[in-house]
Design a protein around this ligand. Structure first.
Ligand code: KG4
Ligand code: ZN
Length: 334
């Protein structure tokens, strides 16, 4: 079954056609980075309007490249920016209705957790998913399509948000994640001993926290220690970037391994934009391998927002009989 996927939850306008949940016939992502860069972050009004302007052409391109028409439509219905979600959901509803096709409502976070199964269809449930994006950072237990629960999540900033803010402190531009990763090459990850906060509380004791780390970077950039007194200023940007990245990666890897130890689940997937980070990918594979885990990484293009993962998960939801109503509403909070 060929499913047309639509993704407009934040600042990428994306459409894809995927066969049987994993064979990508086409995947088109139109980034809005250039529109938001002057503000150093996503401006919701601008994002919604840009989706309206681009979505028709993006879908046409995806359908044209796929070569055959879709047999179903899947769309991200939340969480995300309400104005952005509305554009995709309205479009998908109308398209499905006009062509008489079934419609699937996909949760954006679950689609990130599903992305690894696009490249590794043999990844069986249950599996753990470390989801690290610009808006969310969490570790999930994925039990079946449409069924997963968070074992731990960030109490403050998402890891991607911390990358973006640190990039701005270091004058590296937007979006920050890839810029910090580039700057970190050649830097010494041990140059600054940044904190690695791992909150002990939370329902499962597996929560994350990145705001303290972000503040520590700010002090280091200003050449102050945590009490605000003058200290070691003039650190190279490469060393600051590498030390920050290492601290984030340490926290993420530690939590994922701890989740595996506590649940006894040996399969671990990675997802979300920060999942494109090379240092995170290699450390997760290395540490996971040492702990005897089966670690599955999606390709970098499947980590950042895309519609292929939406179409892929949508296929399984429809196969399980989960057809969305014709008046499907958006769920900005998930
Ligand atoms: O999943 P995503 O595309 O959108 C959300 O749903 O949030 O994630 C975007 C986030 C941004 O914060 C971006 O800076 C970060 O992912 N990111 C990276 C890398 N590529 C994207 N962070 C670290 N290293 C990267 N290579
Ligand atoms: Zn996302």
């Amino acid at each position: 079954m060929r499913v047309l996927g639509i993704e407009t939850s934040c600042d990428e306008t994306a459409a894809a056609v995927v066969e049987d949940g994993h064979r990508v016939l086409s995947s088109v992502v139109r980034s809005q980075d250039a529109l938001h860069a002057p503000w150093g972050g996503v401006v919701p009004e601008v994002a919604g309007r840009a989706h309206v302007e681009s979505l028709g052409a993006v879908v046409e391109e995806a359908q044209g490249r796929a070569g055959a028409g879709p047999e179903a439509v899947a769309v991200t219905s939340g969480p995300g920016l309400v104005g952005s979600l509305l554009v995709g959901v309205a479009w998908a509803r109308a398209h499905a209705w006009a062509l008489g096709l079934p419609l699937a409502a996909v949760d954006h976070l679950e689609s990130h957790c599903y992305a690894a199964r696009m490249d590794h269809p043999d990844l069986a449930y249950p599996y753990l998913a470390l989801l690290v994006s610009g808006g969310h950072t969490a570790v999930y237990l994925c039990e079946a399509p449409g069924r997963q629960r968070a074992l731990g999540r960030t109490r403050d900033d998402a890891a991607g948000e911390a990358f973006d803010k640190v990039a701005s402190m270091l004058g590296l531009g937007y979006p920050g994640g890839p810029a910090v990763e580039r700057a970190a090459r050649g830097g010494d990850p041990a140059a600054v001993a940044f904190p690695r906060p791992l909150p002990a509380g939370g329902p499962h004791g597996l929560d994350f926290s990145f705001s303290g780390l972000k503040t520590a970077v700010l002090y280091a950039v200003r050449g102050q220690d945590a009490r605000g007194t003058a200290a070691s200023s003039g650190l190279p940007v490469a060393d600051l970037a590498a030390s920050f990245q290492e601290a984030v990666v340490d926290c993420l890897v530690a939590r994922a391994l701890e989740a595996a130890r506590r649940t006894g689940v040996r399969r671990l997937a990675l997802g979300g934009g920060v999942g494109a980070n090379g240092r995170l990918r290699s450390r997760l594979v290395e540490a996971g391998g040492e702990a005897g885990l089966d670690v599955r990484l999606p390709g970098a293009a499947l980590c950042t927002d895309n519609a292929a993962m939406v179409a892929g998960l949508g296929y399984h939801l429809l196969a399980a009989g989960r057809v969305a109503p014709a008046d499907l509403a958006v769920r900005p909070r998930g």
